[in-house]
Design a binder for this molecule. Sequence first.
Ligand code: UT7
Length: 352
Amino acid sequence: MPGITIIGSGRYNPGKPVLNEALERVMDTDDEWIHQRIGIKQRYFAGEGVGASDLAVEAAKRALESAELEPSDVDYIIFATMTPDYLFPGSGGLLGAKLGIPGVPALDIRQQCAAFPFGVQVADGLIATGAAETVLFVGAECHAGFMPWSDWDLVTGDKEGKSPPDEYDRATRHRGLAIIFGDGAGALVLRRTKVEGHGLLGCETHTDGNYAKQIYIEGGGFRRRPYWTPEMFEKELYIPSMQGRNLFKNAVTKLPQVVRSLTAKHGFSLDDIDWFIAHQANDRINGAVRQALKVPEEKVPSNIARYGNTSAATIPILMDELLRDGTVKPGDLICFLALGAGLNWGAALMRL
Ligand code: UT7
């Protein structure tokens, strides 16, 4: 039976781009370091009061329009985010309500930057069992809420100058994290293709909670009574703690392994793959994965310079760009790959 495929895509990023230079006003960092070490030139941030479901609804409308479908054609939502509108309920139901399709089941998944391979694997299962025909998969993130500065006017350029020294030092303590993330949403409409041998060919996903603390938010967890205290805020426990180097090492070892394993399982060589569509956490991570797999640079598209790391939204945003500009074409064989908090990681093979 043919597999599930992408029949529509859309993306949305809020506000105006925030250049690396703007971050120099609130912490000790510089454009050259950020660009050389990560590949980022700019990112977007959602405004106060804007949630992941608000970004998602814009991306979803664009995806449905490109699929020439109405929201009422969707019969399952899979919503991936690590920065939901509320601690609970999840943002999927909010998206359904905003799209005007109450009653449509909405599943929230929590695989962070690795959302895509897990999300399509779930969509494939839903469609295979007949639970759904048309799945709307959305990744959306509002990381702005955990950024370590408080004067957003300095970042957006609405105000001249620099943060006061204590604020500046506070943000600098979190600079390794703060320069990476950006906000946005990407949406994909998934349905079974009619073309034999096309669509999703397989996924391989992994989770290892032993690495959970390599990137996590210590504050606000329900193992405490109450789950949130002023002391947690004072200790800045609402800001994720990230062991950048350890994550880097895990990504550059686990991603080549999962790609090799999945392609071999399906009888393909790495040369057969037209595109490696990878999560965008750091251009150097993708460069190292590419070298480990001996894959040419032109097969690994990058958009991190324009968006930063948009976590669960990354692969849908990148895929939307590549579909809209005609880079990725029907018949192309794509290997998606991603690793994120959890740790979760995986790959998916799809013949468009
Ligand atoms: O999807 C989310 C999961 N996250 C990731 O996948 C992140 C993976 N890790 C990384 O991408 C990299 O580890 C980072 C980009 C986070 C950090 O890069 P790094 O090359 O590992 O740098 P580092 O933390 O080892 O720091 C190297 C130097 C240090 O200076 P000294 O001690 O060598 O003098 C840092 O203080 O760079 C300095 N540094 C900075 N300088 C300017 C660290 N962050 C910054 C900054 N601006 N933002």
